[in-house]
Design a protein around this ligand. Sequence first.
Ligand code: IPM
Ligand code: MN
Length: 348
Amino acid sequence: MYKLAIIPGDGTGPEVIREAVKVLDAAKTKHRFSYEAVHFDLGGERYLRTGEVLPESVLKELSTMNAILLGAVGHPDVKPGILEHGILLKIRFFFEQYINLRPIKLFPGVDCPLKNKGPNEIDFVIVRENNECVYIGAGGFLYKGTQNEVAIQEMVYTRRGVERAIRYAFDYARQRNKGKKLTLSAKTNVIQAHDLWQRVYDEVSREYPDIARDYAHVDATCMWMIKNPEFFDVIVTTNMFGDIITDLGAIIQGGMGIAAGGNINPKGVSMFEPIGGSAPKYTGKNIINPLAAICACQMMLEYLGEKQAAKDIENAVAWVTTEKVKNLSAGKMGYSTSEIGDLVAGHL
Ligand code: IPM
Ligand code: MN
């Protein structure tokens, strides 16, 4: 019996989470696991109504859960940053979800913006460090608002934080057993602090002689992701670079309609989410693509150890993309949000 926290959140979050739960229920029936869902009302509406972003009591309750499924945060009437910092980043940091795992997988049948690239070429995983870098919020202003203003934001890495991310990535490459290669993506030619990443990578790599070593500067990584995506198997990178290159990855796998990620603490409470955001302009129209949320749910089941259920969901999504939906963008799918959920659940 799993205890799952469901946070639908803002915008289209509730619509896509509804479909993910539909699929979860179909998987549950088929695979005979059971779960108790606890819904949490967090997001812009609650903040505007009560001034609360993420009360301590909710954090406490979340810590008793096996996993968290999150829809989206971000509300047009709330100043950017409040909900992102107060909910998403807060949960990532509080539960030390130090890995942000983002598979870049082009499902069969999906329109890909890259010429002559298909599912065989686009199938890799980005391991984004999730608790450090510029995200820790160390910085500030001097002489704010004047001509002499100085703005500072520190890029902070700890030996422990870098090592656990790199180790996770090596383990992941080994267990994935595909290209058996781990690319470190950083910017060692400019950012001195990235020397720590390089040294830790070199050191840890000695424990993984079966995994091929590789390095690419982050700018070159962007180029290779477009030119030769088949070059990659697993990429490990910093929080900020990971944020950027996973959006690039999302586009080559068919867009935000399918891109999912896991915020993982291998020994703690992990959180799974579609990475596309709250998409306010599509809210309430039943046209947003729920496949990303469904894939997030699939990653959650994989993490919980329900491997067969996860595999089945992946196959059902592949069936939908092969047989039904080519264009994964909101409004262009030829199906409504709930119809896509029905198709995946029905196939299961
Ligand atoms: C993501 C998002 C977040 C991030 C924002 C919403 C804080 O872009 O999950 O990639 O920068 O990590
Ligand atoms: Mn992002």
